[in-house]
Design a protein around this ligand. Structure first.
Ligand code: SF4
Ligand code: ZN
Length: 305
């Protein structure tokens, strides 16, 4: 097994049949990200780019690769501290080390400051009210809102997130199961339409499998999380992750095919379904009359609006 450069291969990219040595593997990941950014026109020269930096392998890869080229007029990173003691500190410390090394400005926004409650406190509240909240789904909705608020506050014109191919394929599957066509076709690499009050989110890692990002992060020596969040629970996404990995193992290229199918559907349907609404409670852009953040906060009895 030899790489095309002549060196001994260390990775077989099953969906394409390529054999790569370590150096060519690293180069191919970085090249894919830069090519994706160029092809999809993700950034403009005057963009102020905010990187959502959790401290996990995906966001570290994104930050590192973007910092190596001149994208936009400014790049900075934001970490959301949900407030999970014994877990989040590790990610924040990894994020801090990385931004220091790369000389990138870094801001931290906390659930506690914005919502008045940490994630732990929100769970206690939900428990006392006998409300069954779904681990990462619930947390993710609140984190996305806070990221948007941070972007507005810091004057960002784009938010770059570390969503990879696996994340995206899982979301495609979830939306198919739920019959949510509108969300399915809005799942692109960048927003279909620009909505006031919502800073556009772009996903430069969308065409890179999770496994390859993990290998890249390992080869680059990025510090990696050792602990697991106590609120991670078995979810539909976990089941779908297993199913998709099984199918991908037997039929390499399945995840890419799913994403490409959705990209085509998006092009076909984009003018028909994209209705822009604003939440009647908080005024944020929303697919429904009441946004999901307000739905959660109302359920917990802490909605400010
Ligand atoms: Fe939130 Fe899930 Fe991350 Fe824990 S693992 S902080 S619940 S998104
Ligand atoms: Zn709302």
């Amino acid at each position: 097994m030899y790489c095309k450069c002549g060196k001994e291969g260390f990775y077989l990219r099953r969906h394409s049949g390529e054999i790569l040595c370590k150096k060519c593997f690293i180069r191919s990941i970085e090249k894919t990200i830069h090519k994706t950014i160029k092809r999809e026109k993700l950034f403009e020269p005057n963009d102020k780019i905010m990187i959502a930096l959790s401290g996990g392998k995906d966001s570290l890869t994104l930050l590192y690769v973007l910092s190596k080229r001149k994208y936009g007029s400014e790049i900075f990173a934001v970490t959301i501290d949900e407030g999970v003691s014994g877990y989040r500190e590790e990610g924040i410390s990894i994020a801090k080390k990385m931004v220091e090394k790369l000389g990138i400005k870094h801001y931290i926004f906390t659930f506690k400051e914005f919502y008045g409650y940490s994630l732990e406190e929100l769970y206690e509240l939900a428990f006392s009210k006998k409300i069954g909240l779904l681990g990462c789904t619930f947390c993710g909705i609140l984190r996305r809102r806070l990221l948007n608020e941070a972007a507005l506050k810091l004057g960002a014109t784009k938010v770059a997130t570390g969503h990879n191919l696996d994340d995206e394929a899982q979301t495609v599957f979830i939306n198919l199961i739920r019959g949510d066509v509108s969300r399915l076709i809005r799942l692109g690499i960048k927003p279909l339409k620009y909505r006031e009050g919502f800073i556009p989110r772009v996903k430069p890692l969308r065409y890179i499998p999770e496994k390859e990002i993990a290998i890249y992060a390992y080869l680059m020596g990025f510090p990696l999380y050792e602990r697991e969040c106590p609120y991670v629970r078995a979810s539909l996404r976990d089941e779908i992750r297993d199913i998709l990995n099984q199918i991908e193992n037997r039929h390499p290229g399945t995840k890419f095919a799913m994403i490409r199918t959705v990209d085509k559907l998006t092009q076909l349907l984009k003018d028909k379904i994209c209705e822009i609404k604003y939440c009647i409670k908080c005024g944020s852009p929303s697919g429904k009359d009441i946004c999901r953040t307000c739905q959660i906060l109302s359920m917990l009895g802490i909605c400010k609006n």
